[in-house]
Design a protein around this ligand. Structure first.
Ligand code: BTN
Length: 345
């Protein structure tokens, strides 16, 4: 575990990267003994920090590991609103649960919860999110937009657009969004969003924007049930991804899109989402609250619901999963409750 004292030592060493800091200087600044500095340096080395030590000159930071701690990330942040405070954990049950708890306790807009791994990473619809250590990104952002609760789904669409833009800026690959907010590369999921809201009837108290991005996980590491449908940026690009560098781009895109949403409202977000999703006119199968609907995707409603043209007429689907079908003829007619049959012809 990286302690506050470790963070302080690193901060000092980073201030002047080419210079040595003597153990005595550091100890004096931190008001501790030289022995405790020596012990923490030994610990930092074990945690992957390359620290040169010379008996005469002291310590110098040569290289940091790809860790997402506050001291690693904050000095590099190009954002104003997001990341002013970072709550960092080596491991946690779920960054969303922690962010929710912090927000209930008064955490401010833009505070982040980042973990190197999650023991109970949560996905949409009660699923589990595979969260192995030091490979991917597990991030929750606390937002406090002054909008009514009905607008919350637009925040989700906005975050999906921002994530897709970040993936494209970082890799040059062009991701698609799959309704409602999965980010796909070559048809496989590379990122997912789990957004949770705390509100009263006419006012949002806060939104927790939970973002999971598969960065360096290898295909064969995924649990069997998702192996066929999941991917990572490393798998798609053939290159190891710097998690820190990706996080910086993601936060920048998120801050940009959040500002657009607050200033200009839903239209630019919906337009960008539609461009990325290319869903209009596609035959789809939708699973929603135990029902299965088959039809042609007509559009995304202004609140983020999916509008389907089915044999039963128009249907609005507010939550669920979709499967794309190549042709309507490949889609077996199916009723919403499994008993009646919808005809697609
Ligand atoms: C999905 O099912 O597509 C959503 C996955 C969201 C996963 C992220 S990882 C960070 C945050 N903490 C969680 O427990 N879940 C979200």
């Amino acid at each position: 575990m990286i302690t506050i004292m470790d963070e302080e030592i690193l901060q000092l060493l980073r201030e002047n990267p080419s210079a040595f800091f003597s153990g005595e200087q550091i100890a004096k600044q931190l008001k501790v003994t030289r022995t405790s500095i020596w012990k923490r340096v030994r610990h930092l080395r074990a945690a992957g920090y390359e620290i040169e030590a010379s008996t005469r000159s002291g310590y110098r930071l040569i290289r940091s590991p790809d860790r997402l701690s506050s001291s690693e990330v904050k000095p590099l942040l190009g954002t104003h609103r997001l990341g002013r405070k970072i709550h960092y954990f080596q491991t946690i049950d779920s960054t969303n649960s922690k962010a929710y708890e912090l927000a209930l306790g008064g955490a401010e807009e833009g505070e982040l919860v980042i973990a190197e791994s999650q023991e109970k990473g949560r996905g949409r619809l009660g699923r589990h999110w595979f969260s192995p250590p030091f490979l991917n990104l597990y991030l929750s952002v606390i937002l406090r937009p002054k909008i009514p609760p009905q607008g919350a789904s637009l925040i989700t669409l906005m975050a999906a657009v921002a994530t897709a833009d970040a993936v494209q800026k970082f890799t040059g690959l062009v991701p698609l969004i799959k309704w409602p907010n999965d980010i796909l590369l070559r048809g496989r999921k590379v990122a997912g969003l789990l957004n949770e809201i705390h509100s009263e009837v006419d006012r949002i108290h806060f939104v927790i924007l939970g973002m999971g991005v598969n960065l360096n996980v290898d295909g064969k590491m995924f649990p069997k049930d998702v192996r066929r449908v999941a991917t990572s940026l490393k798998k798609e690009t053939g290159q190891r991804i710097s998690r820190k560098a990706f996080l910086l781009v993601l936060l920048q895109e998120l801050e940009r899109w959040y500002a657009v949403f607050l200033k200009e409202g839903s239209s630019p977000v919906l337009k960008a989402w539609r461009d990325r999703a290319q869903i209009k006119g596609r035959p789809v199968k939708v699973h929603s609250f135990g029902e299965t609907w088959i039809g042609i995707a007509v559009d995304l409603d202004s609140d983020g619901a999916l509008i389907l043209e089915t044999a039963w007429g128009k249907k609005r689907v507010v939550a669920g999963d979709i499967e794309y079908k190549n042709k309507m003829s490949n889609v077996k007619p199916q009723s919403p409750n499994g008993k009646n049959t919808i005809s697609n012809s």
